[in-house]
Design a protein around this ligand. Structure first.
Ligand SMILES: [Zn+2]
Length: 375
């Protein structure tokens, strides 16, 4: 294990030295193996810098550690970030899936935008002053670095499974409807959608669970790539969520705002009806337990022919920019409706509710494509 880390760090350090100076770019260089995209180390240093330089509105939290002991970071952005206030909270997550590099960049750029425009832009100031924005850009740090250093198309975390294969699909490891069938997730460890030995078997999903059990959120977005769509529950079955009209409205409004930036049209729809069935995923768990809007945004491109997981470095700015107004819109929705939201469930009630998860798995309809290109 130490050798692996030594090799890992020396590659990063060497590549930074060999190209970093010539390029004279800001801290996330076109210099390392992943170009303008962030590795774990690059992200960590950027998050620390933000927390250090903007202490009045930023706090860096460690939610837990990955299997290989990398930190899972959350950036909390708010005025008075050091104490909890009676304000709505919205969480933005990235990179459950290792190869979806763009999904790290979009929430990170959102954080940068909010922090750096706080003093310059009244709308940003109003949002930051009246909410807590929690940004977790990298849920799967081990997987991301494996994707950078070893195998670009790596998807899962780096769990060594009993049969010698590696990886649990973190977006199949949540407890709501976990393992409801073998189509929406797989019981086979070598599968790309292996759900793990039990719900929340993985430290990465445990970290997210702990965050959500300890902080009452009003809404959340989990970024993935690719397919250019905004998806909402349910994922486990092609059935309408009780709050589907609200989800439809929010998704349509976000898609409209996104399209105004670069003209890209994001499809909106029920997760199970849009791509394929998934069970044990993040948004079903969040909605199933906490009854709040939970979206998966599948970033561009639209399909494999358009590049699949391989976005250009040049896409980082344009995709982040078009997703910004949608994120601000969801934050403003959370703020404007906060007074009328039900009292959020307390952790005890949440745990009781969690035990009932899966009760609704009746009348599910099967709808499935192959495993290829899952995102
Ligand atoms: Zn994904």
């Amino acid at each position: 294990m130490p050798e692996i880390f030594l090799v890992f760090f020396s590659i990063l350090i060497l590549s930074t030295f060999s190209f970093g100076q010539a390029n004279d770019r800001s801290s996330h260089q076109l210099s390392s193996l992943n170009g303008a995209y962030h590795s774990y180390t690059e992200l960590e240093s950027e998050l620390k810098k933000l927390a250090l330089n903007y202490p009045s509105i930023v706090r860096l939290c460690i939610l837990g550690q990955s299997l290989e002991n990398r930190n899972i970071y959350a950036l909390k952005i708010s005025n008075h970030p050091g104490r909890p206030e009676n304000e709505p909270r919205v969480a933005f997550l990235g990179c459950h899936h290792a190869r979806e590099w763009m999904s790290v960049e979009v929430p990170l750029q959102l954080a940068n935008y909010l922090i750096k425009n706080y003093d310059k832009d009244e709308r940003v100031k109003a949002i930051v002053d009246s909410s807590e924005i929690w940004i977790v850009p990298l849920v799967n740090p081990d997987g991301l670095d494996y994707s950078i250093l070893n195998y670009r198309l790596w998807r899962k975390n780096r769990r060594l499974n009993g049969d010698g294969s590696f990886g649990v699909d973190l977006n199949r490891n949540y407890s709501f409807g976990w393992g409801a069938d073998d189509s929406g997730s797989s019981p086979r460890p070598s599968s790309e959608t292996y759900r793990g030995s039990q719900p929340f078997s993985e430290p990465e999903t445990q970290a997210i669970r702990n965050l959500f059990l300890n902080v009452n959120f009003s809404a959340t977005i989990s970024y993935h790539s690719f397919s250019q769509s905004i998806l909402y529950p349910w994922s486990y079955a092609d059935l309408p969520a009780e709050k589907e009209p609200l989800f439809q409205q929010l998704a349509a409004d976000m898609a409209q705002l996104i399209s105004q930036v670069n003209g890209r049209i994001y499809y909106t729809g029920r997760s199970a009806a849009s791509l394929y069935l998934t069970n044990g995923d993040f948004i079903d768990w969040v909605y199933g337990l906490f009854d709040i809007p939970a979206f998966t945004i599948e970033l561009p491109p639209v399909d494999l022919q358009a590049g699949g997981f391989f976005n250009s470095e040049l896409d980082i700015q344009s995709i982040s920019a078009e997703n910004l107004p949608a994120a601000l819109y969801l934050l403003e929705w959370a703020i404007s409706t906060y007074a009328s939201q039900d009292e959020r469930l307390k952790p005890n009630a949440k745990n009781k509710l969690e035990k009932r998860a899966g009760n609704g798995l009746k009348n599910k309809r099967m709808r499935l494509t192959g495993l290829e290109g899952r995102n």
